[in-house]
Design a protein around this ligand. Structure first.
Ligand code: NAG
Ligand code: NAG
Ligand code: NAG
Ligand code: NAG
Ligand code: NAG
Ligand code: NAG
Length: 372
């Protein structure tokens, strides 16, 4: 057995695949952030949930502003469920820290469906990188929390920063490797948090990839299309308290994440069956981390599907512009910026037939701009 099987940490499990070596980790973090304190009851019924969504999606109305009492510092001790994978031959010189978006957990990066055909982690490990991916604070096997005033965007950015620092300083006992480079790859809300990480801590990353991302505001399409209900009305999510929302149907998931003709129906079913919730606090603060100009000095790559709903309103080249390319104007200090629109793809890039193009571009960027 590999030597780190001896480590007496909580929930360390080992599995040796053909080309990769992975372990599940439970990582304690102690973090704080400046959160919004909202004058809002967690929506208790599905009617309350729909009212909340309609208020949030109303044009010209800023619900966050309307219900904001004040900003307060929130602190807590939490546990983060993560998976670390490396090539069988040993750790990569580069580790990728992967942050998933709304409706998923960390399996977004390592989908088991169709014998891991869609796994981004497998492709990254095949290139000789290590990969660290985790359930975002508030959901999955990570700590859950209070969904209005606690589980919000900036607290999650603090969690991402804490994890990044622990990796950089070799403070996760089960990860023995010392990496030359740390790259951050996000998807959707995970990209927003990655953006917020390097805006707040510009030296925390050696390169970032923002997938399923732009700075344009098409969130109402996504909010309405998802057909949100209280998560605990869905059998797989009964343990979540009021204030956690989830898509009510397979079609809701399809609207938000899948582009016509670009996916295997079985993958849609699997994604809908394992869908994870989002808190009202996250939705009220969703754009915050990606709104300031970004001081990051490293290389940046934005990769978004041509027909992305939440970030392009269904078409990234509308009005004769490239919506993802416009992100460049926020990265005035970046050493390199590029964007790529994945032809025909939707928001859920890792779930679609175009994954070889998506992953090829992401890994090509990392090899050329960061690892070399
Ligand atoms: C990690 O946990 C997941 C379930 O959450 C399981 O499917 C997977 O096999 C585990 N991986 C390892 C390497 O033990
Ligand atoms: C809405 O209000 C919040 C809180 O004041 C603010 O941070 C945010 O920038 C506003 N959003 C927009 C789109 O103006
Ligand atoms: C977190 O844990 C530390 C050490 O046990 C403790 O001193 C601290 O008060 C805790 N913080 C919070 C916010 O609970
Ligand atoms: C870019 O760097 C300059 C010089 O250090 C600094 O003054 C400026 O604030 C930075 N830009 C952003 C967006 O942080
Ligand atoms: C779109 O952009 C191209 C290239 O800049 C320009 O030639 C063309 O006139 C534009 N079309 C519209 C409808 O604005
Ligand atoms: C694996 O993905 C490729 C590329 O999208 C696709 O053509 C193929 O059908 C998939 N195979 C399986 C077994 O899912």
């Amino acid at each position: 057995m590999p030597q780190f099987a001896q480590v007496a940490a909580v929930a360390v499990l080992l599995a040796v695949g053909s080309a990769r070596h992975c372990q599940n980790l439970t990582i304690p973090i102690s973090i704080s952030a400046r959160n919004g304190k909202f004058d809002l009851q967690a929506p208790a019924t599905n009617i309350d949930v729909t009212n909340f969504v309609l208020d949030l999606a109303q044009p010209g109305h800023n619900l966050t502003e309307a219900v904001l009492d004040e900003y307060v510092t929130v602190s807590g001790n939490y546990s983060i469920a993560a998976t670390y994978c490396e090539p069988d031959c040993g750790p990569g010189k580069t580790v990728q820290v992967l942050t998933h978006g709304i409706a998923f957990d960390r399996s977004y990066w390592d989908l088991p469906v169709n014998n891991y055909n869609y796994s981004y982690v497998n492709q990254a490990v095949d290139r000789g990188h290590s990969a660290f991916f985790f359930d975002r604070l508030g959901l999955g096997q990570s700590s859950h929390g209070e969904p209005v005033n606690e589980v919000q965007s900036w607290l999650e950015v603090s969690a991402l920063y804490a994890l990044t620092t622990m990796i950089r300083e070799n403070r996760i006992p089960e990860i023995k490797a010392k990496f030359d480079k740390i790259v951050h790859v996000g998807h959707s809300f995970g990209s927003i948090q990655t953006y917020g990480l390097v805006a707040a801590y510009p030296d925390s990353s050696d390169g970032i990839v923002l997938t399923g991302f732009s700075q344009a505001a098409f969130l109402p399409y996504f909010l309405l299309g998802n057909d949100f209900v209280s998560a605990n009305t869905i059998p797989a999510l009964v343990t979540y308290p009021a204030g956690y929302l989830a898509a009510s149907s397979v079609s809701g998931a399809q609207i938000g994440f899948f582009s016509p003709g670009q996916f295997d129906p079985w993958v849609l079913q699997a994604a809908a069956a394992t869908g994870q919730p989002v808190t009202v606090g996250e939705l009220l603060t969703v754009g915050g981390p990606s709104s300031p100009k970004n001081a990051f000095r490293g290389p940046v790559f934005v990769v978004t599907g041509e027909r992305d709903i939440p970030f392009c309103g269904g078409y990234c080249l509308q009005a004769n512009r490239s919506i993802p390319a416009e992100v460049k104007s926020s990265f005035t200090n970046a050493s390199y910026f590029d964007s790529f629109i994945v032809p025909k793809a939707g928001h859920g890039l890792n779930l679609e037939f175009t994954w070889p193009i998506t992953y090829g571009r992401i890994l090509g960027f990392i090899d050329a701009q960061v690892s070399s």
